[in-house]
Design a protein around this ligand. Structure first.
Ligand code: HEC
Ligand code: HEC
Ligand code: HEC
Ligand code: HEC
Ligand code: HEC
Ligand code: HEC
Ligand code: HEC
Ligand code: HEC
Ligand code: HEC
Length: 371
């Protein structure tokens, strides 16, 4: 064999292998693939021939455009990317086994396109889809309100990142649509701490849930809300870090407002109560520190807060309420003195009466025996 024939043969082997590899990339079918299943065969090379070309736009019938350039690096760096082979998805896993020309025409506008495309996520993430199905967003979508959040609005499509990384990102995402709630929350004691990196304050989903969000304006949500606040505010170890009293929950329950709400929560959770829950006094998204001048429970604003439900309350009305604190010599000296006085007086009086009655009975018995 001459060197020349050897060269030709090796070229044929290498060329053949390259052709075979190219054919496999283009033609390999993508098997059905679920969460936890082995990786699919990817044939993204076929789609990228066109979709990796820069600056391509496709105009939809209503004039909105789709940016049809897909950045291979964004997909590779996503939770579905191939930096981790187990997580690698092919285009066809979400878009179906399509070829060019694409026959399935996109809907008239970009919003409808997104809502339709998001249905692909549910094929694998069945648990999340099931939770969403009876939540506020998918109920709204099902009734034709296309503004409600789809998987893609909260997670993205090609560049999806782990959803719990950076907790403030969660609240910012909800804020893209719920701008008023977000703006209030951002200024609140919880929101300010979140954006300063505090891991212990609630984000939107700690109070509302994630995929199965229910309407928060129901009697059930209201009756249960003190327990929601209590998950953190009755946690001694947590609140100690901030020097915040955890007596707020117990004192609330022994208070006339709290005692009634708790009774409803236990017996008729779906029946509304008119007694105050935590957020009637503290606010919902705009909760402030107890000594914040803008807050609702600071002394200057407290009367107005009570007047929501006690319209005839006068300026000394809030003072008739000891708040969350058990009276002590420091906090409410007069009340403390009165409490202590009664603590001594009542057993003293009752004891005195018992002694008096007892000695009277003894005297009568003795008189009868003698008489
Ligand atoms: C030969 C070039 C070419 C190839 C190959 C190609 N596309 Fe496309 N794609 C286009 C063009 C052009 C459009 C703009 C709409 C149209 O002309 O149908 C488009 C639009 C799309 C759209 C958005 C509109 C729609 O119809 O949903 C998706 C999604 C899409 N392609 C996915 C894919 C996937 C997945 C693959 C690989 C399986 C692929 N494409 C392969 C050229 C291509
Ligand atoms: C995890 C599922 C998923 C994978 C994998 C995926 N897509 Fe998409 N794709 C979507 C969703 C969802 C949309 C709708 C996005 C939107 O409306 O913002 C979309 C939209 C598109 C569009 C329309 C333009 C746009 O961004 O809205 C094109 C083109 C497209 N995809 C091509 C591809 C190609 C090519 C691949 C593979 C390299 C791919 N996709 C992989 C889910 C996926
Ligand atoms: C073909 C199946 C498949 C489809 C379709 C799919 N995913 Fe995934 N997804 C997976 C797999 C597998 C993982 C990695 C395993 C895991 O963490 O559950 C994953 C991971 C994720 C994660 C990260 C989970 C975590 O705990 O960090 C998110 C978020 C996610 N997918 C959202 C989506 C969204 C949104 C869509 C639609 C645009 C989508 N997925 C479409 C299979 C799929
Ligand atoms: C309203 C916004 C929102 C919508 C809509 C949404 N998600 Fe999520 N999702 C989140 C948030 C926020 C998290 C992170 C929760 C956490 O870690 O506390 C999350 C977590 C996840 C996870 C990680 C595992 C888990 O359950 O915590 C997956 C997977 C996921 N979502 C997939 C989906 C899919 C698929 C859809 C659509 C069927 C969807 N999500 C719709 C906001 C959303
Ligand atoms: C793409 C926009 C969008 C995003 C993102 C979004 N939502 Fe919504 N949300 C809506 C729409 C639209 C409704 C339906 C309003 C209605 O039914 O009146 C809704 C309803 C709600 C409701 C019920 C409101 C009511 O009046 O009873 C709550 C609570 C809620 N969303 C919380 C969240 C949280 C928490 C997040 C983030 C994890 C989030 N949303 C992300 C658009 C969005
Ligand atoms: C500390 C708990 C808590 C946090 C954190 C929280 N919410 Fe709420 N949210 C509530 C309660 C309680 C209600 C019901 C208020 C009522 O009945 O008037 C509510 C009501 C709502 C409503 C429906 C009524 C309205 O005001 O439109 C939406 C939408 C909403 N929240 C979105 C959000 C978003 C978005 C975030 C994050 C930026 C968030 N919430 C953070 C407790 C919370
Ligand atoms: C996920 C835990 C968590 C939940 C749920 C929660 N909080 Fe908080 N809250 C905190 C933390 C942590 C702080 C301290 C923040 C700081 O000082 O920077 C705080 C601070 C406060 C303060 C300010 C106290 C002060 O004067 O310094 C009030 C008032 C408050 N929360 C009320 C509520 C109410 C009312 C609810 C229920 C609607 C609630 N919180 C739900 C964790 C939580
Ligand atoms: C009737 C109105 C009212 C209700 C209901 C109420 N609070 Fe308060 N809260 C106040 C007032 C007023 C203060 C200011 C301090 C004080 O005098 O007690 C306060 C103070 C606080 C503080 C700050 C304590 C500190 O150490 O600085 C927290 C935290 C708090 N409340 C949480 C709650 C929680 C949680 C609930 C429900 C379980 C609740 N509050 C119910 C009126 C109320
Ligand atoms: C969300 C409504 C609501 C708010 C806000 C509220 N209360 Fe009440 N409160 C009630 C209801 C309802 C009763 C029961 C009234 C009745 O049966 O006559 C009650 C009863 C009381 C009582 C028992 C005596 C009485 O009048 O029956 C006192 C004292 C009281 N509240 C103080 C306060 C103070 C102080 C504040 C402000 C810090 C406040 N409340 C805020 C709803 C509220």
């Amino acid at each position: 064999m001459t060197r020349r024939t050897l060269h030709i043969i090796s070229c044929m082997i290498v060329g053949g292998a390259l052709l075979l590899a190219a054919w496999m990339m283009v033609a390999a079918p993508a098997p059905a693939f679920g969460q936890g299943d082995p990786p699919p065969d990817r044939n993204n090379g076929y789609c990228f021939v066109c979709h990796a070309q820069p600056d391509q736009a496709y105009t939809l019938p209503d004039g909105t455009t789709l940016d049809i350039t897909i950045d291979p690096a964004a997909l590779a760096g996503s939770v579905h990317g191939d930096s981790n082979p187990v997580r690698a998805l092919g285009c066809v896993n979400c878009h179906g086994d399509i070829t060019y020309p694409h026959l399935d025409l996109p809907p008239a506008d970009a919003r409808s396109y997104r809502v339709r495309a998001a249905a692909a996520c549910a094929t694998c993430h069945t648990d999340q889809a099931a939770d969403l199905a009876d939540g506020v967003h998918y109920t709204a979508l099902a009734s034709g309100d296309l503004r409600a959040a789809t998987c893609v609005d909260c997670h993205g499509s090609h560049a999806i990142q782990p959803p719990d990384e950076s907790r403030e990102h969660i609240s910012t995402t909800c804020g893209t649509c719920h701008q008023i709630a977000f703006a209030e929350y951002r200024q609140s004691v919880h929101g300010e701490a979140l954006f300063a990196g505090d891991p212990n304050v609630p984000t939107c989903v700690d109070c509302h849930g994630v995929h199965g969000i229910q309407h928060p304006t129901t009697a059930l949500f209201r009756n249960r809300s003190p327990e929601l606040c209590a998950t953190c505010h009755a946690d001694d170890a947590l609140m100690k870090e901030y020097g915040i009293s955890t007596n707020v929950f117990n004192s609330y329950l022994t208070d006339f407002h709290g005692a009634t709400v708790q009774l409803f929560e236990q017996q008729d959770p779906n029946v509304a109560t008119n007694k105050a829950v935590c957020f009637d006094c503290h606010g919902v998204h705009d909760i402030a520190r107890a000594d914040d001048n803008k807050g609702r429970v600071v002394r200057e604003n407290l009367l107005e807060t009570c007047q929501q439900c006690h319209p005839d309350a006068s300026s000394n009305f809030p003072a008739s309420w000891v708040g969350h604190y058990e009276p002590t010599t420091d906090e409410y000296p007069l009340l403390f003195a009165v409490n202590t006085f009664y603590l001594i007086l009542i057993p003293g009086v009752l004891g005195g009466f018992a002694l008096l009655i007892g000695s009277d009975i003894y005297r009568r018995i003795r008189q009868r025996r003698q008489g």
